[in-house]
Design a protein around this ligand. Structure first.
Ligand SMILES: O=C(O)CCC(=O)C(=O)O
Length: 311
């Protein structure tokens, strides 16, 4: 099976898998070195199906809510926050019902791996989703976060496949290896930065021509953990069906970035109703009695206003 990388065939992978709790250290090793690891069949069927049905209702509500590209909006029937650009919809799910299920949002295997790498008090900065449609263009290779100041990742992305992600519906393409591989200097030496998610970056694509890329295939219910510093891109969806994947950004407490606002997903009532394993990831936004709440407020103030779709 060949799939188009930067001018050469990208390998196709189902991603190295970690199955059991006792494999936490192996999964953490793969995530740190290779840049990604897959937890197969992680989400229970009923939770997955309920979440998928709900998600498609939100998606259609967003389709029915006409808004300009790149502008943050709220859908007219369900009130979900979203924006879309170039055939890619970013919906912030409301964390109730199946979307508040710890087996989806705070999966024990995922938490064990992330605790090993980020500390058990890691927090969740955003819960979003990437849905690519048939109109979505091939993205340029990019990283999701700025270069880290230290030589190990300070944050990770959790991708939860709501549908099968196969070669025809726009699977994620990655250039494997974690942050330690993709440091700033080689890019600066070549006067090219890997942050743009749209348009063409021929200089970057040329540099990557000799670097093997992989397209990651996922089954619905698989969870992919990846280093957002690993180069990757969204590909083309030829299936005629939307391809939704949930996307959570989690980080060490010492680290913050501008993207995301958990208030798009939760209000006080929904927060209070959360299972404590899920709630623990969001205390920073709802518990003024904690130091971390004020530290995050302060960081946000210092960072200044972000684009509306980020804020
Ligand atoms: O759609 C995807 O799977 C990934 C998209 C992506 O990497 C991005 O929009 O930054």
């Amino acid at each position: 099976m060949g799939a188009q990388g930067c001018g050469r065939d990208a390998a196709v992978t189902t991603a190295p898998a970690s199955n059991a709790m006792e494999q936490t250290s192996t999964a953490a090793f793969l995530l740190s070195t290779r840049g990604y690891v897959r937890i197969p069949n992680a989400v229970p069927t009923l939770t997955l199906e309920t979440a998928r049905t709900q998600f498609f209702e939100w998606l259609h509500d967003c389709f029915d809510t006409a808004v300009e590209e790149g502008v943050h909006a709220v859908s007219k029937r369900y009130g979900v926050h979203f924006w879309h650009d170039k055939g890619r919809f970013r919906i912030s799910p409301k964390l109730t019902g199946a979307f508040a299920d710890p087996m989806l949002i705070a999966h024990p295997q995922v938490s064990a791996v992330l605790s090993a790498l980020l500390g058990s008090d890691f927090y969740c900065k955003y819960v979003g989703s990437d849905t690519c449609l048939g109109t979505a263009a091939l993205q340029p290779p990019h990283r999701d976060v700025m270069f880290y100041r230290v030589n190990s990742p300070s944050c990770y992305v959790i991708n939860i496949a709501l549908v099968d992600c196969h070669l025809d519906n726009g699977p994620l393409e990655v250039w494997p290896n974690g942050t330690q591989w993709w440091g700033p200097q080689p890019f600066l030496n070549n006067r090219v930065l890997p942050f743009a998610t749209e348009g063409h970056r021929p200089e970057l694509e040329r540099l990557l021509e000799a670097c093997p890329a992989e397209k990651i295939l996922l089954s619905a219910g698989d969870i992919l953990l990846r280093d957002p510093g690993m180069l990757h891109r969204g590909t083309i969806n030829r299936s005629g069906e939307p391809r939704p994947v949930l996307t959570l950004g989690v980080a060490k407490r010492s680290y913050d970035y501008r993207y995301g606002n958990i208030r798009f997903n939760l209000d006080e009532t929904a927060y209070a109703a959360l299972d404590e394993r899920v709630r623990a990831m969001f205390t920073y936004a709802f518990e003024p009695s904690t130091l971390f709440y004020w530290r995050m407020r302060w960081r946000r103030l210092l960072a200044g206003p972000a684009p509306s779709r980020f804020a």
